[in-house]
Design a protein around this ligand. Structure first.
Ligand code: NZQ
Ligand code: ZN
Length: 389
């Protein structure tokens, strides 16, 4: 196990009706805030009215900025920064999913920065100041509610890039599983792939002797495999929704990668797909992850066999651990397919005319490599995209 520092200061408020606490929590930071949300699901569900009431009851004034799109755009972030500066806003309340939260985080680091906020995402500037962000989460998926990351799409070239800093971890995150009852099955499935991918990115590591975190990863994956089919069949099953929601936070709050080094190549490759084709991040991961696995499994067949046996209950084939490893990958792919996700580019109506472009963008035309479990160059990225066709 490697040395590590683990500090996750996001206060999690979990359970039924907890969104009604949002005013009191927000008032601890500021009496005037930016209320940031997406395309209207929170109005349709009635959540918006409850949040407004709670803010008013706590004496919190708010200015609104709605319209965050999935794969959140840089142009709206810039608008948010101007709005906050003009109105002296020093706190942002994000009500929605990963896209809304990431957009809020981007605004939070841009407000007191002299240059263009994209500098952080282009790796040209380091985050030194962020105003606090609070969250009411409506979809378990990205884990942004307690991660230090933000992923934004720049419409100029359709670059989707991320930045990470402890300064961006939300101060609080309100998680009421009831708020996820209204999720369409496809969004539930996309969130599932993202949550499982966050765990698997961490699971496939070269660090030895990481038993505890291996087991935590496996338990979290098994919790998803058990509860997602239940939630898809019974969208208002509180217990299943609660397990999924908590798993989504645990998957990405950094506990599961304490003492180990994750891979992250599948995420890097996926961001090229959703950056260009604007598909859901989780759908892109369901396409890329099995292809990545098939490309790299020989690097550590024992780890892939362990994944197959412990997570997917595959019988160990002692004569051919490779067969066991491959069966685990097939079971993962089958699960994604079963819950309604695309598992190939073709399934998502994506042709193969821009694979080279994606490999170029991801590796800066072959100058950079990605991945830690296996280091991948431009040709490798292209080969994985071809395997995903
Ligand atoms: O915009 P509204 O109308 O709210 O609709 C949203 C949106 O269309 C809808 N939705 C959300 N909650 C709902 C609901 N519909 C009905 N009922 C509800 N309760 O779902 C759609 C998707 O929302 P979005 O926020 O885009 O989903 P998600 O949470 O999956 O976020 C995806 C973004 O997060 C990034 C992804 O790349 C992508 O841009 N990620 C962020 C990470 C981070 N910050 O740590 C890590 C991840 O790996 C990921 O890259
Ligand atoms: Zn993700």
């Amino acid at each position: 196990m490697n040395n590590f520092v683990f500090q996750n200061a996001t206060k999690i408020i979990f359970g039924k009706a907890t969104e009604n606490q949002v005013g009191a929590e927000t008032a601890k930071y500021s009496k005037k805030v930016l209320l940031h949300y997406g395309g209207g699901s929170i109005k349709k569900s009635g959540l918006y009215d409850r949040v407004i009431k709670s803010l008013r009851d706590a004496g919190v004034e708010y200015i609104e900025l709605s319209g965050v799109q999935p794969n959140p755009r840089l142009s709206l972030v810039r608008e948010g920064i101007e709005l906050c500066r003009k109105n002296n806003i020093e706190f942002i309340l994000a009500v929605g999913g990963g896209s809304v939260i990431d957009s809020a985080k981007a605004i939070s680091i841009g407000i007191h920065y002299d240059g263009d906020v994209w500098d952080f995402y282009a790796g040209k500037a380091k985050v030194e100041k962020a105003i606090p962000v609070g969250v009411v989460l409506t979809i378990p998926a990205a884990g942004s509610e307690s991660s230090g990351s933000s992923v934004i799409t720049n419409e100029d070239g359709w670059y989707k890039r991320g930045v990470t800093s402890v300064l961006m971890r939300p101060k609080f995150a309100i998680l009421n599983p009831e708020l996820t009852f209204t999720l369409p099955p496809y969004q539930t499935a996309c969130g599932t792939a993202d949550i499982m991918a966050h765990i698997m990115e961490r699971y496939f590591t070269n660090v030895k002797n990481v038993d505890l975190t291996d087991r935590l990863c496996e338990a979290t994956l098994k919790t998803m495999i058990k509860n997602v089919p239940i939630a898809l069949k019974e969208p208002e099953n509180y217990d299943a929704r609660a397990e999924i929601m908590w798993a989504g936070t645990i998957a990405h709050n950094d506990l599961l990668d304490t003492g180990r080094i994750g891979d992250w190549a599948s995420h890097d490759i996926e961001h090229e797909i959703s950056g260009i084709y604007d598909i859901a991040h989780g759908a892109g991961l369901a396409i890329v992850f099995p292809a990545w696995m098939k490309y790299v499994y020989k690097h550590d067949i024992d780890r892939f066999a362990q994944f197959a046996v412990r997570v997917w209950n595959v019988d160990m084939d002692f004569a051919s651990p490779e067969r066991t490893a491959l069966e685990g990958i097939e079971r993962l792919k089958g699960f994604f397919r079963q819950i309604g996700l695309p598992v190939s580019l073709r399934d998502a109506n994506i042709g193969d005319d821009r694979l080279e472009e994606m490999a170029d963008k991801r590796t800066d035309f072959g100058k950079e490599t990605i991945g830690n479990f296996v280091e991948l160059n431009r040709e490798d990225v292209l080969n994985i995209l071809k395997l995903a066709r």
